[in-house]
Design a protein around this ligand. Sequence first.
Ligand code: 5HY
Length: 247
Amino acid sequence: MTQLLLINPNTTASMTAAIGDAARAVAAPGTHVHACQPTFGPASIEGHFDDAIAAAGVAEQMRLADPAPDAVVIACFGDPGLDAAREAIDAPVLGIAEAAFHAAAMLATGFSVVTTMTRTCVIAERLLQRYGFERICRGVHGTDIPVLALEAMAPDTLAQIEAACRHALDADRSGAIVLGCAGMASLTRTLQRRLGVPVIDGVAAAVKFAEALAALGLKTSKRGDYACPLPKHYDGWAAALGWPPAG
Ligand code: 5HY
């Protein structure tokens, strides 16, 4: 049994449940998906401040993980706390943005990202540079659909996202679409059928890549910057997150 810890870094339980369902829909029979969310933080992540607090929420859930996971997926398109999570554990840790970029780059010579709030496009653009995909991603497009509006998924919301995808494919001359929010996972098949191009949901991509790394027995390197954090006392509300873990 592969224990896969799926962290939704925002605090909206219905979104955690939907993301968990999307993960289980593609997970192998031997994979147990444990979906969780932080006990504190933003109801949705739509900017730098949200992202910063969400990263601490990821660190909290890494610390609280029981049983110890064989792999971890951070299910927010900003990949908040990814490096910190890789320090905290030797199991593979995947961010849905990074996983989606890798998948798209294997399916088209150029892809476009369609995401929620336009103000978060810079977060995706910085991840593209950080991961080395800025030459393959031909554009990042905001729809200004709030993350939590995806929960309700009103009919015109899907139509708005489909229109943004069509515009991106034409304007960027790209051959694939990366969905820029974990809350868009449920739209993948419908959009792929309607657009006739690969539509990549990072949740599904990250789950399959995580299973593959775990099956290969590969773990996060503990040599250098991903070595466990140095022993350190934490103060205030973060006291429980100090190193090494108590007990
Ligand atoms: C996400 N926010 O996947 C990101 C999407 C975004 O709460 N879950 C969130 O807009 O960056």
